[in-house]
Write a protein that binds this ligand. Structure first.
Ligand code: HEC
Ligand code: HEC
Length: 338
């Protein structure tokens, strides 16, 4: 991993020469970050159905927890908690990542154990620490609701609802959750007035210090697994060990998926353990343990100012009206102890 990273960091540092011109005069030129394009919706009916499922708490045993409980689309697609709260107020093991732009991830989850959004979407429904249901019960519930029966049939042309249709529809909805038009993207596309001098200087610091070795591409992250604590070990009480849980390879111990920094202003607290409460703290930690760098308070403030320019247009949603349960729909068990 180190071998792969070093040339990238070196490459990022060579760019310093190019940045010697005053940063306010800086024009985008082959930047390591590219703008987000709006989502292309090919199947609006499936997306609409996925949106309903996203907001439907009846997919949980308690009848109270929906995907949106922990990935609140009014709060950057996260829950803004250190770690999430699941069924029976279970203390979740890890910080909930944003779902915004998650279609751009190389894989899903901090350790990448799900290859796609569709594969991921079945997980939380059956996870005892999250929605604590089973796929069978979820599908029975949906099949008992005439409004869903009709809508699934219209979208999937099948007589019975199955879990495959459920995860397909949720994934189709998630693919629309992209955030174009951030001020940084406007600058990338040539709008010289989009950023202030401090924000642009913050970007140059971010780029030329080597942050872009890991946080790059369209999502400014999400596209590789990297060591947390590359030059200095990261201290945490959280037992998660990252990618090794998937590959079993010792070299992957403490490698985590690099999070996207898109909308990072909205997705506090930070890191897989949620230990960094503020962006300033996260930037300080990253500088120190990933790059061996101590930023001055002014440098830190400029990098934070840059990171806030990565907030894009949030998905504009009309709240879906969910079809009511029928007399045959099993009633939820909010206080079931198992
Ligand atoms: C109880 C809280 C909770 C609920 C409910 C929940 N999630 Fe999550 N979600 C999390 C946590 C925590 C993680 C990170 C888990 C990990 O990486 O091990 C996560 C990870 C994800 C990811 C991966 C994002 C990334 O960048 O890796 C996606 C996508 C996602 N959830 C979608 C969903 C969908 C769809 C639903 C509803 C079916 C849902 N979640 C329900 C807490 C929740
Ligand atoms: C060696 C790769 C690497 C480098 C270099 C790097 N990061 Fe990170 N960054 C990561 C990884 C991996 C995580 C997630 C770690 C975790 O939570 O275990 C992360 C997390 C973050 C987060 C928290 C995001 C969130 O949603 O939790 C911020 C903010 C961040 N980095 C900013 C920076 C800045 C600023 C720099 C440069 C000073 C930088 N990073 C350099 C790999 C890197």
């Amino acid at each position: 991993m180190k071998l792969k990273l070093r040339p990238l960091v070196a490459a990022a540092m060579v760019v310093v020469g190019f940045a010697a011109a005053p940063s306010w005069a800086l024009q985008p030129n082959n930047e390591p970050i590219s703008p987000i394009e709006p989502a292309k919706v090919t199947n609006p009916a499936m997306v609409e159905l996925g949106k309903k499922l996203w907001f439907d708490p009846r997919l949980s045993k308690s009848g109270f927890i929906s995907c949106n409980s922990c990935h609140n689309l009014s709060m950057g697609g996260s829950d803004n908690l250190k770690t999430s709260i699941g069924h029976n107020w279970a203390e979740g093991p890890i910080n909930s990542p944003t779902v915004l732009n998650s279609s751009m991830n190389v894989a899903q989850f901090w350790d990448g154990r799900a290859g796609s959004l569709k594969e991921q979407a079945g997980g939380p429904i059956a996870n005892p620490m999250e929605m604590a249901f089973t796929h069978e019960l979820a599908v029975d519930m949906l099949n008992s609701i005439p409004g869903y029966q009709a809508e699934f049939k219209q979208v999937f042309k099948k007589d019975k609802i199955d879990i495959d249709q459920v995860t397909n529809a949720i994934a189709a909805f998630e693919e629309t959750l992209v955030t174009p038009n951030s001020r940084f993207d406007k600058w990338l596309k040539g709008d010289q007035t989009a950023l202030t001098k401090d924000e642009l200087e913050g970007y140059v610091l971010f780029r030329d210090s080597g942050c872009v070795a890991c946080h790059n591409g369209v999502a400014v992250g999400g596209n590789s697994f990297q060591r947390m604590g590359l030059v200095e070990p990261y201290k945490t009480d959280n037992p998660a060990e990252g990618r090794v849980a998937v590959t079993g390879a010792d070299a992957d111990r403490f490698n985590f998926k690099v999070p996207t920094l898109r909308n990072v202003e909205l997705t506090y607290p930070y890191f897989h353990d949620g230990a960094a409460g503020t962006l300033s703290e996260a930037v300080d930690t990253m500088g120190r343990i990933q790059l061996g760098k101590k930023f001055t308070p002014e440098e830190n403030a400029k990098i934070v100012a840059f990171l806030k320019t990565l907030t894009g247009d949030q998905p504009q949603l009309t709240m879906p009206i969910l079809p009511p349960s029928s007399d045959k729909t099993p009633r939820p068990e909010p206080f079931a102890k198992k």
